[in-house]
Design a protein around this ligand. Structure first.
Ligand code: F6R
Length: 255
């Protein structure tokens, strides 16, 4: 079932997630993590990097897969998810180059590259733990509302809402790519464990729909309810529209 942890703030949430990531890395000879990009996971990556520096966890054998990539950004563009993953994950954790794969959004053969990405995940033995953020419209990865719950990695059009949300990373709205390559909802559900994080009131409606609403392609994040091993880590704002908040808090401390 879905475990909901309501943290004081994003820093505490990052530490709760960092703890779990470190446990998963220690538990496997060849750990495989699924990495999200965007603003949400930055405190998680900082927490994990601190544990690596302090010798609490060894990431020499760690590899991973990113959730998604924009289509059409030139190689090396600072907002391509390849660059973001290198900046936020590969460099701070000191991973070997090539340890984290990101879908290929530059190729003219994106459909074929998307299929190969799912194959690469399978060939690695699957993802032990998948980190997820959630869009204010309920997307996970870039599976926008209406996405098939069984979808595989593929090219998708970004919704107007997502392009507007992500315009903060670009000079102008027009610079935000219109398409992406994203792991599908079916692909994401194959990870052994899911950790979804969300911060701020702008995410509160999407979080309530994902955790407590009906499972529906109208809120792609609601597919987490189909997974047997999920933890949702929120700050106060993102938790503010949960109907059963008191229940989750009581359950966490064993009352
Ligand atoms: C990013 C991703 C997206 C983001 C979501 C939230 O790889 O797959 O689902 O997690 O758009 O973005 P932020 O964290 O920037 O609010």
């Amino acid at each position: 079932m879905t475990r909901v942890v309501i943290a004081r703030d994003a820093v505490e949430a990052g530490d709760v997630a960092g703890d779990r990531l470190a446990e998963v890395v220690r538990a496997h000879r060849r750990p495989v993590l699924g990495f999200a990009t965007g603003s949400t996971p930055t405190t998680v990556y900082r927490s994990l990097a601190r544990r690596v520096r302090e010798g609490e966890v060894d990431v020499a054998a760690l590899s991973g897969f990113a959730l998604d990539e924009y289509v059409g950004l030139p190689a090396g563009h600072p907002e391509s998810y390849r660059s973001v993953i290198d900046r936020d994950v590969v460099e701070p954790l000191g991973l070997r180059p090539g340890a984290v794969l990101v879908p290929d959004g530059s190729a003219s053969r994106t459909d074929e590259a998307a299929r190969e990405y799912d194959d690469a995940i399978r060939a690695a033995g699957g993802v032990h733990l998948q980190l997820l953020g959630i869009g204010s419209n309920g997307h996970i990865g870039f599976n926008e509302p209406g996405s098939s719950l069984a979808s595989r990695t593929r090219v998708k059009r970004l919704s107007a809402a997502t392009r507007a949300d992500n315009a903060r990373f670009f000079d102008r709205l027009d610079d935000v790519p219109t398409h992406c390559v994203t792991q599908g909802l079916g692909t994401i559900l194959e990870a052994e464990e899911l950790l979804l994080l969300a911060f701020g009131e702008s995410k509160a409606a999407a979080v309530a729909a994902a955790v407590e609403g009906p499972v529906s392609s109208g809120c792609p994040g609601s597919v987490i309810q189909l997974h047997p091993r999920v933890t949702v880590i929120l700050d106060q704002g993102a938790a503010s529209r949960l109907a059963h908040r008191e229940y989750y808090e009581a359950e966490r401390v064993g009352r």
